[in-house]
Design a protein around this ligand. Sequence first.
Ligand SMILES: *Cc1c(COP(=O)(O)O)cnc(C)c1O
Length: 244
Amino acid sequence: MTDSGFSDQTNRGLEASPLARAYRTVLQRLDVAAREAGRHAADIRLLAVSKGQPAAAIEELSRLGQRDFGESYLQEALPKIDRLGDQKLIWHFIGPMQTSKCRDIAAHFDWIHSLDSAAHADRLDRRRPAHLPPLQVCLQVKLSPEPRKSGADPDQLPGLARHVSRLPRLRLRGLMTIPEASPDRTLQRAAYARLKTLFCALQAAGHDLDTLSMGMSADLEAAILEGSTLVRVGQAFFGARSVG
Ligand SMILES: *Cc1c(COP(=O)(O)O)cnc(C)c1O
């Protein structure tokens, strides 16, 4: 029930937007998954993966209340970050790392989820501008031995975490993984359970970590059951991608 034609129109406007509908659906999935896991949805951060999307789509999600956005390709991300600079958004770099990208990532992003080498950590630390808070870091972990894939091997993690935690311009927050895609919920959960075990081992070694970056459009329920604190969602907002 509405008492003015104006708000009636506003409501119809929201109904009509596919992105607004998709946003609501993802929030509902988060809610249901959290409840199933005996957790609070508010404890799970939602990262909208906006790679391949125009700045207008990010603006629309921002109007709906979304704050955290993830980008994989630097050259695509920088103009969007620049254009949306007045919106107080939080930018997460989630793409493959290269030495040549460190300067721009350090200067333009709030978070990086894909750090997997001490050399890149050193460079990001040196490049992080003094007027910004420390760059928030998740170490990317490779759970299966696919040679093409980025990520640190699990046995490298303790040393890499120690190294990063000593760098003043980086703040180690947790771990990230991209598991092999599988439609099998049991396999999805097994991979995420492994990441959680590695995370707990680092905590036991004295690292003050709070972020388990795991779960995407197809498997966020499995990730939340295994303790994810941040899910990275692209296609469930924007529809299927052809690449990337
Ligand atoms: C693209 C991407 C996502 C989002 O995956 P969807 O299947 O679109 O939800 C999440 N994490 C990383 C690292 C990505 O590159």
